[in-house]
Design a protein around this ligand. Structure first.
Ligand SMILES: Nc1ncnc2c1ncn2[C@@H]1O[C@H](COP(=O)(O)OP(=O)(O)O)[C@@H](O)[C@H]1O
Ligand SMILES: O=C(O)[C@@H](O)C(=O)COP(=O)(O)O
Length: 418
């Protein structure tokens, strides 16, 4: 194995696996740390998907170290800690503690911090993270149900979460190329900095950075940082990425969404106009009413040849009201558990194609389905591939990060699936 990736959520894991695959590496994605006997064959990169973004920091550290040990035992030459391109972290923050623990275990003197994903509008400039034209703190991420981001200064955010000093490699250095970036790392190490936030506003910056980190033991960042890594191992991008799913056969399809992100809510407006839809009532869930059973009955009463949409997604005012009533964590868990239970019943009832919107939601759904891993197929939108589950009865699955994809994402996904 050349590259070992530890991803802090499941949508993020398919996102980075997609990028690595398109850059030519043979990649496998596992759900959690694989069981003993899981064969990696001639796989060059393994992405271990964890659901560690919003859990207590000590648990996130323990799970990440377990993943690291598994990857190291299989000879991974470089480790990548993948977090969100919007640096999603709770108030306590898991990114710093996990990065600290991985750096310590690997003996890494320096690690980059670079969530930039220019194709999806995430750029880092003077250490500040932008989403489109807005600072992160002014973007819809300020209202995220679990990880509201109210600051944009990555140096400050990382310094607050980590036990170590954090520096910045600014855009003028990055624009000067690989040698200048590598020299900046030497200066950062001399200044006792463990992390270097690196500016990147386009893919050329990320590729130059990719070359400059060739010898780093640990990288941290968003998926786009992985773009330049396969080339370091002498691997060239693939002309076309083979589809993992078979086309042309009708497949019962369900769209499940717990994502309250602005992009998902817009995508749902369109999906609801096209297909039968059902909203899950969080109050009813909290009152222990048979919401899940009713949703399953509703689904089986719908025409079987059309996609169905089941969602909890709500706008910031409704999410806020729910959190006031039930608490941030409980509100999230109630919805995640309900959507996970519904997905299990739908699959048992013959649904063979699932589109899941939301990182935490995807984690809950995929875990409930007891799936061991996913193989990466065609790209639907930047950062979102179709995948096929590594299971006895394979399912087609797309895990959509909350803010990824255009307004017609779901239609586009189904067109591509054929
Ligand atoms: N109506 C709702 N009220 C409160 N929380 C909700 C509601 N609908 C969904 N949630 C929760 O919001 C969180 C959304 O996170 P996630 O699934 O990661 O989406 P995203 O990818 O957009 O960040 C989940 O924990 C989900 O259960
Ligand atoms: O880096 C990204 O933006 C995504 O890969 C990701 O992690 C998104 O997380 P969610 O929005 O919670 O799905």
């Amino acid at each position: 194995m050349l590259l070992g990736v530890i991803a802090d959520d499941f949508t993020g894991a398919t996102d980075i696996a997609n990028i690595i695959a398109r850059e030519g590496m043979k990649v496998a994605m596992t759900i959690g740390v694989p069981r003993d006997g899981f064969e990696i064959g001639d796989t060059q990169a393994v992405v271990v998907a964890l659901k560690s973004r919003t859990i207590p920091a000590a648990d996130a550290v323990a799970q990440s170290l377990k993943a690291l040990a598994w990857l190291n035992e299989r000879g991974a030459q470089q480790i990548f800690f993948k977090y969100c391109s919007t640096f999603d972290s709770t108030a306590e923050g898991n990114i710093g503690p996990v990065a600290d623990a991985l750096a310590e275990a690997l003996g890494a003197e320096i690690a980059v911090v670079c969530p930039a994903f220019p194709k999806n509008g995430r750029t880092v400039f003077n250490g500040h993270l932008f989403v489109g034209r807005q600072l992160l703190q002014d973007s819809p991420m300020k209202d995220h149900p679990l990880t509201p981001m109210r600051r944009s200064d990555l140096v400050a955010l990382m310094a607050e979460q980590s036990a170590h000093a954090v520096g910045l490699v600014p855009h003028d250095v990055v624009s000067s190329g690989e040698t200048a970036i590598a020299e900046a790392f030497v200066r950062a190490i001399a200044a006792d900095q463990r992390y270097a936030v690196v500016d990147a506003i386009n893919d050329d910056h990320l590729r130059a950075l990719g070359r400059a980190v060739r010898n780093h033991k640990l990288l941290t960042g968003g998926s786009a940082l992985a773009m330049g890594l396969p080339a370091n191992f002498g691997i060239a991008p693939r002309a076309s990425h083979e589809a993992a799913q078979s086309k042309g056969t009708p497949v019962k399809t369900a769209i499940l969404s717990g994502s309250c992100s602005a992009a998902t809510r817009q995508q749902l407006v369109r999906a609801k106009e096209l297909w039968p839809s059902l909203k899950i009532d969080l109050d009813a869930l909290a009152e222990n009413r048979p919401v899940v059973e009713e949703a399953i009955a509703w689904a089986s009463a719908q025409p079987q040849d059309r996609p169905i949409v089941i969602y909890g997604s709500a706008d910031p005012a409704e999410v806020e009201a729910n959190q006031q009533r039930y608490g941030r964590q409980r509100a999230g868990e109630l919805m995640e558990h309900a959507l996970a239970a519904i997905s299990k019943a739908l699959v048992a009832d013959g649904v063979g194609r699932l589109l899941v919107a939301g990182g935490e939601t995807s984690g809950a759904v995929i875990s409930a389905l007891a799936i061991e891993g996913l193989s990466i197929g065609e790209e639907i939108a930047p950062g979102v591939p179709w995948t096929v589950t590594l299971s006895q009865s394979p399912l087609q699955v797309a895990l959509k990060s909350g803010n990824f994809g255009g307004p017609d994402f779901f239609e586009r996904a189904l067109e591509i699936a054929g």
